[in-house]
Every structure is written in C-alpha cells, then in structure tokens.
Write a protein that binds this ligand. Structure first.
Ligand SMILES: *[C@@H]1O[C@H](CO)[C@@H](O)[C@H](O)[C@H]1NC(C)=O
Ligand SMILES: *[C@@H]1O[C@H](CO)[C@@H](O)[C@H](O)[C@H]1NC(C)=O
Ligand SMILES: *[C@@H]1O[C@H](CO)[C@@H](O)[C@H](O)[C@H]1NC(C)=O
Ligand SMILES: *[C@@H]1O[C@H](CO)[C@@H](O)[C@H](O)[C@H]1NC(C)=O
Ligand SMILES: *[C@@H]1O[C@H](CO)[C@@H](O)[C@H](O)[C@H]1NC(C)=O
Ligand SMILES: *[C@@H]1O[C@H](CO)[C@@H](O)[C@H](O)[C@H]1NC(C)=O
Length: 387
C-alpha cells in the first residue's frame, strides 16, 4: 500500500511539473525531458508486473502530452487516455520489458486509421521501450520528434498517410532494431540519406513513396540495401539504374520505382535478382531494350515496365517465366511480342508498335520512333545520347 501511494505521489509530481511546461507549445522541445532513468533496483514487488513503475509513469507523461497535442479525435480513440494506468488506454499495448521481465512497460502503440489531427510532441521519446508504433491514416503534422531516437527497441514504424513534413528524420538511421519503415504518403522532402539503405541500419522494408524525397542512384547506396521490399514510387530518383542492382540478389523481393523520373537503360545484371517477385519500373524514361536476362528472374510474378521508351522485341524468356502472371509493357515502342506472352494471365501490351495487333500506336508514330538513332547504354547503366 505504501509503495502504491508513493508511486502515485511521484506520478502527480511529474504531472504537475510537466503540465507547467506543456502549456507553452506541445510539439516543441520546450524543456529537457525527464530521462527514462534506469530503475534503482527496487525490492522485488509483491505482484509481478505491478501496474505502477517508473517506465509506466514516464509513459503516462508521454501520453498526456500527446493527448494535449491532439486537436481532433473524431473516433474518440484517446478519450480514455486518463488515469495513470496507461496500459488500459485505447491503442496502447504493454508487455514485460525485454531487459526486465518483472517490469511492465509500453511495448506498442497502434492508432492506425484514427483520423486524429495534431502533432507528435517531443515527449514521445519517453516511450523508450516501444517496439511497434503504428500511426497510419491520421492527420499528424510537423516533424517526427527527435526524442524518438530514445526508442532503442523500435522495430516497426508506420507513419504512412499523415501530413508529416520536413527532411528525412536522420535519427531513424541510428535506431538499432528498426526493420520496417513506412513513411509513405506524407510531405517529407530532401535527400534520402545513403544510410537508409546501409547495411548498418539493415531495414527489411522501406516504403518512402509519395513524398517529395530525392534519391540519388549515382552513389550506388540503394543497391547496398539488404531490404526485401523497397518502394520509392512517386519520388524523384536521380541517376541511372547501376549494374550493381544485381547485388541485392540475396534479399530483394519487391522493387517499386514507378514514376521516379529515372532516365536509364535496364542493366542486364538485373537478371541476378532471382528472388524478386514484383518489379515495377513504369512511368519513367527507360530506354533501350528489355534485357534477355530478365528471363532468369525465376520468382518474378509481376513485371511492369509500362510507359517508358523501351523498344525492340520482348524477350521470349520473360514470357516463359513460370510464375509470371501480370505483365505490363504498354506505352512503349516494342515491335514484337512472342506468342508465349499470350499465356501470361494478365497482360497489357497496348500502345506499342506491334504490327497487326490491336490498340497499338499509329504507324506514323512508330515510323518516327524507328527513325530516331537507337540509344547507347553505357557501362554505368546511363543512356548515352547518340551524336
Ligand atoms: C465522441 O465523443 C463525443 C462527445 O462525447 C460524441 O458526441 C461523439 O458521438 C463520439 N464519437 C464517436 C465516433 O464515438
Ligand atoms: C484495466 O482495465 C481492466 C478491465 O477494464 C480493469 O479490470 C483494471 O482494473 C484496469 N486496471 C487499472 C490499473 O486501472
Ligand atoms: C530535388 O531535385 C530537384 C530536381 O532535380 C531539385 O530542384 C531539388 O532542389 C532537389 N532537392 C533536394 C533537397 O536536393
Ligand atoms: C556500400 O557498402 C560498402 C560495403 O559493403 C561500403 O564500403 C560503401 O561505402 C557503401 N556505399 C554507400 C554509398 O553506402
Ligand atoms: C508522379 O510523381 C509526381 C511527384 O513526384 C506527381 O506529382 C505525379 O502526379 C505522379 N504521376 C503519376 C502518373 O502518378
Ligand atoms: C497487374 O499489373 C498492373 C500494373 O502493374 C496493375 O495495375 C494491376 O493492378 C495488376 N493486376 C493484378 C490483378 O495484380
């Protein structure tokens, strides 16, 4: 009993201290954060996983600051974010702390599809044990607070489909456990740092699409990645698809680079990606021919190279890929498609230059294209304009 009331007092003290700071501006680091101090080796509690401990007190401060930073909560998800026992809050999940199985701590927060408007206060970093943070489809704006660098156990971060902005939050690349990073559909901008693809961070999945990021392919950092899923659609990629793309053979399963302004050839080394199931390079400025080696990508199920400037024949080996079920070559200048392609269950070959075939470009367009000098592909994958 004495233990409980002491903890409750501590909590109240923390609350009043923090409310004073809070009234200023909830989403700016207004004051130094109470550090998530290591527990001072208490006597073993009577109950294992007591609902009162310093980590839950710190979490309480974080959630109250967060609630204060929320301006609209149409589904009332945070309505029950009252009282010191945060583990009972909607969207909050507690578990034994990995470093101390006798201490209950906040392990996850899931407010997906909450439609909540507000910002993410710097106090969020007090949730130091959180492994899963799922905030997709809300209206959080501003930046990810730098205090999130204290989330050393963060494994999955999904802030997709919000109104977040600013540069790529650099601290993310130093989170030791981060494997799944989903920033898609926000207003982030600037360069995506090389470290995002680095082996040290070692992400398993990166969704950065539909932001204003610039990604440089020339540094070859992307192809250092060991992620299984890389989605950069609707961002801006500078540079060419380098031959080192084949270096991701051991890990890459899905690569989505649609509408990224790439002007490049497709290097034959792409054929090394034998685990790749989904490849989308559509809506870019790819030129040259489809390399035969794509026919070596034995796991490929979906191939979309639509709406580029590719020409020549579609290699037969591609259409013979055993798992291929969705092939899009529409919107290019291909002049032939082998009969085997007709067996691919979903196929879109419109707007090419295939003779005597429906829905093709006009003969004038195709003749004009055929009279242009063919592009030359350099060793670095770039298109060398013919003289
Ligand atoms: C949320 O709470 C307000 C006020 O208590 C109520 O009017 C509204 O209907 C609630 N909304 C939902 C979706 O439960
Ligand atoms: C948490 O919620 C459960 C179920 O509603 C309740 O029995 C329990 O007393 C609550 N715990 C605390 C510490 O408030
Ligand atoms: C991103 O690329 C565009 C076009 O190349 C350029 O105007 C812009 O300054 C770049 N932004 C950054 C942050 O590099
Ligand atoms: C790619 O990885 C190698 C080591 O595997 C490293 O030396 C190089 O700096 C990395 N490149 C980039 C651009 O990160
Ligand atoms: C391509 O991406 C740009 C932003 O980089 C966007 O404005 C445009 O709508 C996208 N186009 C398509 C066809 O999605
Ligand atoms: C097939 O691929 C096209 C282009 O990538 C895509 O729009 C379509 O949704 C895919 N269909 C199926 C059933 O996967």
């Amino acid at each position: 009993m004495q233990l409980l009331s002491k903890h409750q007092r501590t909590t109240r003290t923390l609350i009043s201290l923090f409310l004073i700071g809070l009234l200023a501006s909830p989403c700016l680091p207004a004051q130094p954060l109470p550090s998530p101090a290591p527990s001072p080796a208490p006597a073993p509690p009577a109950l294992p996983l007591s609902p009162f401990n310093e980590r839950l007190e710190a979490a309480y401060v974080a959630f109250q600051a967060w609630k204060h930073a929320i301006t609209e909560d149409p589904k009332n998800l945070t309505k029950d974010w009252c009282g010191p026992f945060v583990c009972n809050y909607t969207g909050v999940f507690c578990a034994a702390a990995p470093d101390d199985p006798h201490t209950l701590t906040v392990a996850g927060v899931d407010l997906n599809h909450g439609d909540i408007a507000g910002c993410l206060p710097d106090h969020l970093g007090l949730l130091a044990d959180v492994a899963l943070l799922h905030l997709n489809s809300n209206r959080f704006r501003g930046m990810l607070p730098p205090s999130m660098q204290h989330m050393r156990l963060l494994f999955e971060l999904d802030v997709s489909n919000n109104l977040l902005s600013g540069a790529f939050p650099a601290f993310l690349t130093s989170l030791p456990k981060l494997k799944f990073l989903d920033l898609r559909f926000n207003g982030f901008d600037g360069e995506l740092p090389d470290a995002v693809f680095g082996r040290q961070l070692g992400l398993d999945a990166l969704f950065a699409n539909n932001n204003r990021f610039n990604v440089s392919l020339s540094s070859k950092s992307l192809t250092n990645s060991t992620a299984s899923v890389i989605v950069l659609a609707n961002t801006r990629l500078a540079g060419c698809l380098p031959p080192s793309i084949g270096d991701m053979a051991d890990t890459l399963v899905e690569l989505i680079l649609l509408n990224t302004s790439i002007s490049s050839c497709i290097p034959p080394e792409i054929g090394k990606l034998k685990k790749l199931k989904v490849l989308d390079l559509s809506h870019n400025d790819l030129a040259g021919e489809l390399p035969d080696s794509i026919g070596d990508m034995e796991s490929l199920e979906v191939l979309n190279v639509g709406y580029n400037m590719l020409a020549g024949e579609v290699p037969e080996a591609i259409c013979e890929l055993p798992r291929l079920r969705n092939l899009t070559i529409a919107g290019n200048y291909f002049c032939d498609e082998p009969v085997s392609c007709l067996h691919v269950p979903l196929r879109d070959d419109r707007m090419n230059c295939i003779p005597d075939w429906p829905h093709q470009r006009s003969p004038e367009e195709c003749i004009a294209f055929a009279h242009r000098p063919p592009p030359h592909c350099a060793a670095d994958g770039c298109i060398v304009s013919p003289p």
